[in-house]
Write a protein that binds this ligand. Structure first.
Ligand code: PMP
Length: 401
């Protein structure tokens, strides 16, 4: 932290040193504790962005601080030429949470997890892949090929692979394109980046039936929905009987440290052979120790129940405002989208910030909330109390239409 450096100075330094792909962020964050963060001008916010669904335990959680400190001062990094305790322990722990035998590959991000799933798909000997329109799977070239958002793809064409995108939630569209030539189908249980879009009930079950019938791998991208974000360890566990072949994870997995993973089950667990894939930092002991601390703390503090309760309280409170800008709330647990009646999400985001709340606007008419699981009742209620005023402020000059 540089003394006397405020938000504006940080923005100027950013422009002098960093690439422009994020634009220039208006706010520089300097410190966090729990669900609270402070910016470089000294303003305090309740953080409903949470590093984009990363900070499951909030900021500076003692369990993560302790685990990371202990690990980094014991064994900070080993290459995958060697085993370390945290990497095997986290692999074992994840498989316990899935409740199925399998094998886990660790990497450093969501895109890398999807990239690994892409390569595992290729090892089936098939090349055709199916993903969903609006779906987001990351920005590396393979992951981008699966991402169903043309604006993000167009500057980078041609992309690898033979990918068909189908409308999300449409079982018949899926059935029409998945064949015995299809290596994998990749689906988010809830589309996060696309604005927290929830598929109709039965969609994942149908996707499982369709892929099983053609010998196609079903990949569930739980980078955003996994690790308790939606109220169970993995969102697909809320869908009875759905057993994916591959699950991609990242975000909440490390509670703020960079880590991604692919969990593979059944025959898919044996597709990667020695030498076929790898990454220097994947399975880094410090990131894995943080991952273990995240899981242990979710269990110890009963946070899955808390996520469900807080999610319900937020949903009913937001809908209960009866504000003309609120159409409805969608999502699960603490991955919620406030669907607006008008495309004013960027203005709501701005008004929220001025009122001391950080939120995100993944679509023009959707405000996304993904606070830490440790968000307190008082913090939650303060947001609900402030919301009508925030919506009024975003609703233009008060003149309505
Ligand atoms: N898959 C999903 C579902 C995501 O939400 C994201 C990131 N928003 C990714 C993949 C890519 O993750 P990363 O940004 O860590 O590469």
């Amino acid at each position: 932290m540089t003394a006397n450096t405020g938000n504006q100075e940080y923005a100027a330094r950013w422009q002098g040193a960093l690439t422009d792909n994020y634009g220039t962020p208006a706010v520089a964050l300097v410190r966090g504790e729990g669900a609270q963060v402070w910016d470089a001008d000294g303003a305090q916010y309740t953080d409903f962005v949470g590093g984009i669904a990363v900070n499951a335990l909030g900021h500076a959680h003692p369990a993560i601080v302790e685990a990371v400190t202990r690990q980094v001062s014991t064994l900070g990094h080993v290459s995958n030429l060697f085993v370390s305790e945290p990497v095997v322990a986290l692999g074992e722990r994840l498989l316990q949470l899935f409740g199925r035998p399998g094998r886990v590959f660790f990497c450093n991000s969501g895109a890398e997890a999807v990239e690994a799933a892409f390569k595992i798909g290729r090892l089936t000997g098939r090349t055709h892949m199916v993903a969903t329109e609006g779906g987001f799977h990351g920005r590396t070239m393979g992951a981008l090929a699966l991402t169903g958002q043309p604006a993000k793809q167009t500057p980078f064409l041609p992309l690898p692979g033979d990918v068909t995108h189908v409308p999300y939630g449409d079982v018949e569209a899926l059935r029409a394109v998945v064949t015995e030539e299809t290596a994998l189908v990749v689906i988010e249980p809830i589309q996060g980046e696309n604005g927290v879009v929830v598929p109709p009930a039965g969609y994942l079950t149908a996707a499982r039936e369709i892929t099983r019938a053609t010998g196609t791998l079903l990949v569930l991208d739980e980078v955003q929905t996994g690790m308790g974000r939606c109220g169970q360890w993995f969102e697909h566990q809320a869908h009875e009987g759905v057993e994916p072949d591959l699950v991609t994870l990242a975000k909440g997995l490390g509670g703020g440290l960079p880590i991604g993973a692919v969990a593979a089950f059944g025959p898919a667990a044996d597709l990667l052979r020695p030498g076929q894939h790898g990454t220097t930092f994947g399975g880094n002991p410090v990131s894995c120790a943080a991952g273990l601390a995240v899981i242990d703390t979710i269990v110890a503090e009963g946070l899955l129940d808390r996520v469900k309760e807080s999610g319900e309280r937020l949903r009913s409170g937001i809908e209960g405002t009866g504000h003309r800008l609120v159409s409805h709330v969608r999502g699960a647990g603490l991955l919620l989208g406030i669907v607006l009646t008008e495309p004013l999400a960027p203005r709501v985001q701005q008004a929220a910030r001025e009122a001391g709340f950080l939120v995100n606007a993944p679509a023009p008419d959707v405000v996304r909330l993904m606070p830490p699981y440790v968000l307190s009742e008082a913090e939650l209620d303060a947001f609900l109390q402030a919301l009508p005023g925030i919506l009024d402020a975003a609703d233009g000059d008060g003149s309505g239409e």
